[in-house]
Design a protein around this ligand. Structure first.
Ligand SMILES: Cc1ncc(COP(=O)(O)O)c(C=O)c1O
Length: 316
């Protein structure tokens, strides 16, 4: 919530004086003060925390997540060479995700959340448009129902987001998207499903539109990516949304939503495994040695993912 936005009620916060305490306090006192601060917090087990906490209501899973989290609390995903366990867990998570989305086992990465996955999709599209098509001021085209994280990525990356209206059935309108595309278009985005209405956009039409113009097509399945595969297995009718759709080039899917991990873990996937390399950042002009990272973070918590090999500090 933007608490500074006009008309937004600011939460009431009672704060102690803003200064570093002169002395330490007993751990039990600190713990009990923290517990008392939480009395006004949303009760996420109460069933009204949609989009903040995805609660599987499964005690065994909750206990396992807490055990895994606690056991990796101090590790740093920055350097996979120091933590072979994290490197292995990440590659297994990526391979499992890629098989769910129907692409090749190494064609993706684990990220910290939907916003980072979308950022990387927009970034790789910008780089692709620049290097493959010579587009100097690339744009992104999406329906107005697309998640604001796409607008945020465009803002950070100096790209223009062109939004089009949605149809009466609340889905993206491919005809309107076609009309908004031009030589500058680097990426078109469809959602599976979109957050505001929970409906899956017509991905085959959007992807065909993109492919016919040599443009990349991202499916934002942050919400549905770890749910739709199981709905399909249960025999429910699921509209086409993943890499089985011709023309889909990247896809984001959050494990910390319906994958039921705790916060800080999502996946970004590509059709072409070579696209993953466009995410990488390598820097060799540093007395500290060669520095490289495949996603945006440097130091990364291992706990949230039960893995996390985000930044790769290649040498010291
Ligand atoms: C469809 C969709 N995309 C992206 C996001 C952003 O994900 P995150 O909040 O994990 O960054 C969300 C979050 O609800 C979402 O529903």
């Amino acid at each position: 919530m933007d608490t500074d936005a006009p008309g937004t009620d600011r939460p009431t916060v009672t704060m102690a004086p803003l200064a570093m305490p002169a002395q330490g306090r007993p751990a039990t006192e600190v713990a009990s003060e923290l517990a008392s601060m939480r009395t006004g917090d949303l009760d996420w087990r109460g069933g009204r925390s949609f989009s903040l906490v995805y609660n599987p209501d499964d005690d065994e899973l909750e206990e396992l997540l807490e055990r895994v989290g606690a056991s990796f609390l101090h590790e740093n995903g920055l350097n996979p060479f120091k933590y072979p366990s994290l490197a292995r867990i990440e590659s297994e998570v990526v391979a499992a995700a890629m098989s769910l989305f129907h692409t090749s086992p190494k064609a993706g990465s684990v990220t910290s959340g939907g916003t980072e996955s979308l950022f990387l999709a927009v970034y790789t599209a910008r780089e692709h448009a620049r290097s493959e098509r010579g587009v100097t001021n690339p744009t992104v085209v999406a329906a107005d129902t697309v998640h604001p994280a796409v607008a945020k990525a465009c803002h950070y990356l100096g790209m223009e987001l062109i939004t089009t209206g949605h149809r009466d059935d609340l889905r993206a309108d491919p005809e309107a998207m076609a009309a908004a595309m031009d030589d500058r278009t680097a990426l078109v985005v469809g959602s599976a499903p979109c957050y505001p209405f929970g409906v899956v956009d017509p991905i085959p039409e959007i992807a065909a539109l993109a492919a016919s113009r040599g443009v990349l097509c991202h499916v934002d399945a942050c919400l549905g990516g770890w749910m739709l595969p199981w709905m399909e297995r249960l025999g429910r009718e699921v509209p086409p949304w993943d890499f089985r759709v011709e023309g889909v080039t990247s896809l984001s899917a959050d494990i910390h939503k319906y994958g039921y991990a705790f916060k800080g873990v999502s996946t970004i996937a590509y059709r072409d495994p070579a696209m993953v390399r466009r995410q990488w950042f390598l820097y060799d002009n540093w007395p500290g040695g060669l520095y490289g990272s495949p996603t945006t973070a440097g130091t990364r918590p291992a706990a949230a993912h039960g893995r996390s090999v985000g930044g790769h500090q290649l040498s010291r």
